[in-house]
Design a protein around this ligand. Structure first.
Ligand code: ASP
Ligand code: MG
Length: 400
């Protein structure tokens, strides 16, 4: 059972968490708990590091930001003991969660679960800090923002748990953002791969890495509300989904920008000349189109994270000599809309439905990209809501 920041935001909510855990242990289940920091705490800790030094030591950053989870784990153990449940807190280094040495964005390498299993069999509930581990340098590491989801899934795999319940402030995974589409529906089941695509294109319910981990280790993950007593959405293998909809979910992201490199020579190596330096500078490029060439010159358009735009422009300007373009045209007023579904593998016409629907609303498509189970388009940011609503209806996803 993993509880996110809003689920442990104050002492009353921590008591509520303890009561939920007790219900499971009373029902005869062995439970391990993973907790996040209380809502807002990690932001404050990150802010303190940045205020002291914008280029702070990443190892000390980890020493600071890992404390949020330490507080919640201890408090949750106390709350459990208070209602008669045997419990103790565990910090990442105590379990241990061995990670690589990438401070601030470490990856879990191995979890030693034997002692936890032994104690769970004796009726003790381990309350484990999410988000943190210990690196090869013997220092505390953290897993990147939102990382306690990954801690929970990884621990569930290490303990060979029947299920990993992620309690959060929403009651499941929806066909799209319910704040935009009132008729969005909660999905009972969603395939790992669909969730992975949705998580990476802006549905911010789970950390993307936790979904990758669940898919690889085949952990059954349930996303559910800690404030209500209802089943949530289950992440499962594709084969477990019998009725495969053409499209399962629609996501959008407003964090995109579009950059066009005008009039570059259409010759072998031109893409490498543009995208090599961008990759070296850590700029993550997403959709790419190269236009048809006229008189040996072409335009190259691509999308990237909006915050990377200034850096990308500088990198390309610095390499203007080797690339040889006439100008850079940037547009940060764009949004990416993606429709996702494993049913696409067997249904034809999914992309066409998307294009027709957008055309009927007079929305111009600027860039298109597809994968086996996803179609994404880039459109003007002002059409985001309209596009998502129209597509939700077009694919038959609206709740009755
Ligand atoms: N407390 C950390 C964060 O805010 C980890 C998490 O909540 O998943 O990013
Ligand atoms: Mg989270």
């Amino acid at each position: 059972m993993k509880f996110g920041g809003t689920s442990v935001a104050d002492l009353d909510r921590i008591r509520n968490v303890a009561a939920r855990v007790k219900r499971e242990t009373d029902a005869g289940h062995e439970v391990a708990v993973v907790v996040s920091a209380m809502a807002g705490v990690t932001n404050q800790l990150v802010g303190w590091c940045q205020s002291l030094s914008p280029l702070h030591d990443a190892r000390e950053y980890d020493a600071v930001v890992a404390t949020g989870e330490q507080v919640t784990a201890g408090l949750t153990a106390i709350a459990l003991q208070e209602i008669g449940v045997d419990a103790r807190s565990w910090q990442g280094w105590q379990v241990p969660f061995a990670t690589d040495g990438a401070h601030g964005k470490a990856r879990i390498a191995a979890i030693e679960g034997a002692e936890l299993i032994r104690r769970m069999q004796m009726g003790q509930v381990p309350v484990v800090t999410g988000f943190q581990g210990i690196g090869p340098d013997n220092r505390v590491t953290t897993l990147g923002r939102g990382g306690s989801d990954t801690s929970a899934v990884a621990l569930a795999a290490a303990l060979r748990a029947d299920r990993c319940d992620i309690f959060t402030d929403v009651d499941g995974i929806y066909t799209t953002d319910p704040r935009i589409v009132a008729k969005a529906r909660k999905l009972d089941k969603i395939a790992y791969e669909e969730m992975l695509e949705l998580a990476s294109v802006g549905a911010k319910v789970l950390q993307t890495r936790s979904v990758e981990f669940a898919m690889k280790a085949r952990v059954r993950v349930q996303v559910l509300s800690s404030f209500e007593d209802l089943p949530g959405s289950l992440l499962v293998d594709e084969d477990e989904i019998v009725e495969k909809e053409m499209v399962s979910g629609i996501a959008y992201s407003r964090d995109e920008a579009k950059l066009t490199v005008r009039r570059v020579p259409d010759r072998p190596g031109i893409a490498a000349a543009i995208f090599g330096p961008l990759a070296a500078a850590g700029v993550n490029v997403d959709m790419i189109v190269q236009n048809i060439s006229a008189d040996g010159m072409t335009d190259m358009t691509f999308t990237l994270g909006r915050t990377d735009l200034p850096r990308a422009r500088r990198v390309l300007d610095d390499n203007r000599g080797t690339i040889g373009f006439s100008e850079l045209v940037a547009d940060a007023d764009v949004a990416k809309i993606s429709v996702v579904g494993v049913g696409m593998r067997s249904h034809a016409g999914v992309a066409n439905t998307m294009f027709r629907t957008l055309a009927e609303k007079g929305i111009n498509i600027q860039v298109i990209s597809t994968s086996e189970i996803k179609v994404s388009v880039l459109i003007g940011a002002e059409y985001t809501e309209l596009a998502v609503r129209a597509l939700h209806t077009a694919y038959g996803l609206d709740a009755a």
